[in-house]
Ligand binder design. Structure first.
Ligand code: ADP
Ligand code: MG
Length: 362
């Protein structure tokens, strides 16, 4: 449904000459929701605006629904209104002088094919129904809450029945509690309509929760792509591991290659784990561990446990984070359901979960 080939965009007049979008190849199948996930400035918005036709690419082709809508080599460029897209921005961009239903009707009154007022109204009410706002159709738009305004923006993006929905950080302006609910509602509407969707976010939890596939971006390029469970548990790139909250890195050496994985010697001890890449004995590797990926005890029950001491601890209500010194390494360990936390200097024994370790060539 969406095919980007070598998509490249450079903004003129930048002191550091780098491409905002640097040769992106991406295909998105019909009906799928794919997230562009990456840090601020990595080119997510620019990619979305290129797909929308709000920005012109310097190189590379864009195909939507079987049609080339942009290809500088052939001078092809269809403007935003000629592409089968609906778009929602972070700032809801609601028109304050109009009612809710007038906001949603607007694209049907100004774009071709142009609808008569009664027909536009019927379609707008159907779109509002889809996002659960039919009851508020006659309200002045500014009278709505942030979450409701974002739903109006979604209804307005959907009212022309686009083939592709583009969402640029649609939840970032909402309060934390509302954000989760809106996220799930967007996913529900997307699945009900089966509409091909590109969802831009810098928030890893949001990306994992909402996507069929996650595309991790950095510096205008795609780092890797995968299903949420793969990207989270089995990232192929260090950048992805770090961006998805793997805060502990240990350097190690592969001592043995087994049928089921590898045996790795790291500073604090030994780990037998499945590897994310082809490795041989003697290879230097980075072992990434999430704070949640350790069992712990206050006494040594297991000879293989890693012995350490607590440097400091942080209380979060439902869990504690312990920063644990293991020789030259300090690892962060998250522990749930502990009433009394450990304090500076307390001994602690860690049992790393080998299944959770991510091993990549250093
Ligand atoms: P993201 O959405 O991932 O935060 P953007 O696509 O907005 O990233 O930006 C990518 C890069 O392009 C950044 O370095 C940004 O400063 C630059 N950029 C974006 N829009 C413009 C513009 N209109 N003019 C100049 N530089 C821009
Ligand atoms: Mg952006």
């Amino acid at each position: 449904m969406i095919r980007l080939t070598g998509l490249t965009k450079r903004f003129p007049g930048r002191t550091v000459v780098a491409n905002a979008v640097d040769g992106i190849d991406l295909e998105i199948a019909e009906g799928k929701l794919v997230t562009l996930l990456g840090p601020s400035g990595c080119g997510k918005t620019t990619t979305l605006r290129l797909i929308a036709g709000l920005e012109r690419a310097d190189a590379g082709a864009i195909e939507l629904d079987g049609k080339i809508v942009s290809d500088p080599r052939n001078g092809v460029f269809a403007g935003a209104h000629r592409r089968p897209i609906g778009i929602v921005f972070q700032s809801y961009a609601i028109w304050p002088h109009m009612s809710v239903v007038q906001n949603v009707m607007f694209p049907l009154r100004v774009n071709k094919p142009r609808f008569r007022p009664a027909a536009a109204r019927t379609k707008a009410l159907a779109a509002l129904d889809l996002v659960g706002l039919a009851d508020l159709a006659e309200r002045p738009a500014p009278a709505l809450s942030g979450g409701q305004q974002q739903r109006v923006a979604l209804a307005r993006a959907l009212v022309r029945e686009p083939k592709v929905l583009l969402l640029d950080e649609p939840l970032s302006n909402l309060d934390a509690g509302l954000r989760d609910r809106m996220r799930d509602e967007i996913r529900a509407v997307q699945q009900r309509l089966g509409i091909t969707t590109v969802f831009v976010t810098h928030d890893q939890d949001e990306a994992l929760a909402v996507s069929d596939d996650v595309v991790v971006m950095n510096s205008g390029s795609i780092v890797e792509r995968g299903r949420p469970q793969e990207i989270y548990a089995r990232p192929q790139q260090e950048f992805t591991a770090r961006f998805l909250g793997v805060s502990n890195t240990l350097t190690g050496v592969v001592t043995e290659v087994l049928d089921t994985g590898v045996c790795v010697q790291v500073g604090p001890g030994r780990l037998i784990c499945s590897a994310n890449a082809e490795l041989s004995a003697g290879d230097t590797v980075s072992v990434f561990m999430r704070p949640e990926s350790f069992g712990f005890s206050r006494k040594q029950h297991d000879a293989e446990a890693w012995k350490g001491t607590v440097e400091f601890s942080i209380y979060h209500g439902d869990c504690w984070d312990y920063y644990v010194r293991l020789g030259d390494d300090v690892v962060k360990v998250r522990v749930y359901k502990e009433k009394v936390g450990l304090a500076h200097g307390d001994p602690i024994f860690l049992q790393p979960e080998p299944e959770d370790a991510i091993v990549l060539p250093a």
